[in-house]
Write a protein that binds this ligand. Sequence first.
Ligand SMILES: [Zn+2]
Length: 362
Amino acid sequence: MSEELPIPDWVFEVKAWFPVKPEFDSPIVREIIEHIRSTGEPHTWRGHTHTRPPDDAEIEYVGEFDLPKRYIEAKRFAPCPCCSPRHSKYGRGGKIAYFQKEQVIRLIGPDCFKSINEQGHREAEDRYHQAIERARTVEYLLQQLPRVPDIIRTIEQNLPIATAVDAVRHRLPTFLNEVLRIDLWEQVKDGQLKVTLEQSETFLRRDQSEGTRTLHMQRVFASIAGYKLLRPRGRQTSLAYRQVLTALKKVNFGFDFRSRLVAMADTDRSETARLFGQALKRATGVTSEIADIQMFFSPMNIANLKGWGRHAGSPCRFYFELDGRNVLIGQTSSSHRRFVLPAAFFEPVRRMPDVLGVRKVA
Ligand SMILES: [Zn+2]
């Protein structure tokens, strides 16, 4: 047993100062946390009652705390009114416990009330975790919901670009395959343009005479941006956007969103947070996909494709040029065909408006 701690008498006085249960993010709880942070002594907080709770006490948890690291490292643990009022007992997971009948607050060890009333302890823990979850969801939605109209507007502005990307994606791969008489996707589906290089090598035959042989080695010529443009049956970005819009319109509560949120049942609020989080994630994903596909016609990528088409080791030799919105492609420059890209394809896609402090709500 550790030696007895000097506990002032006033600590044991019953301080029935709290007729109302403090909310877990209330000034009182913040004061307690701050006191523990600066002193490492829960029991010397001015409002703490250092007596054992009665056996029939009803408990509510309104907060949790650890002693500061330096106290834990020095093994200067806190005494607990439930089980160890004059000796050090706990360092982590301490609980701020509220007792309605006595109107007192006790700062106790993590599982101490369990030995007094196990069922009461478990139920209080459940209520506490639900309250935290509820507050997190509300905080998240208060932060995010004002941005819904902006996100909706951004998607609506991007929709014509998505439609253009989808149209190109729908027709261009077949067009290219016909012109080049090759399954282009098979060649680029790992995002790399490959060439086969030949290298001759000398070797010694068994009779010690020298021979030469040709080695074929596959090398990466360049990586290819936006290659998913060529993927057969790529997803329709415009359809995905429309689905996101439908979801976002369900959580677009307008100026009145605060009162709507407060009035909601917990389950509806969680569902709203889930819908919003999912919609935003999807919108961000679709937007990145569009931006990526647009890169297929970036100057760098065109230069790479041209070079690949001219390379002796390329699986298909071809002529390739982008003239304005015209893709010119053929097996030779004199026999090329033309594919006209829609103007909207080249419009810069707008990123989702910045959403501060996005975090996962479980
Ligand atoms: Zn205890």
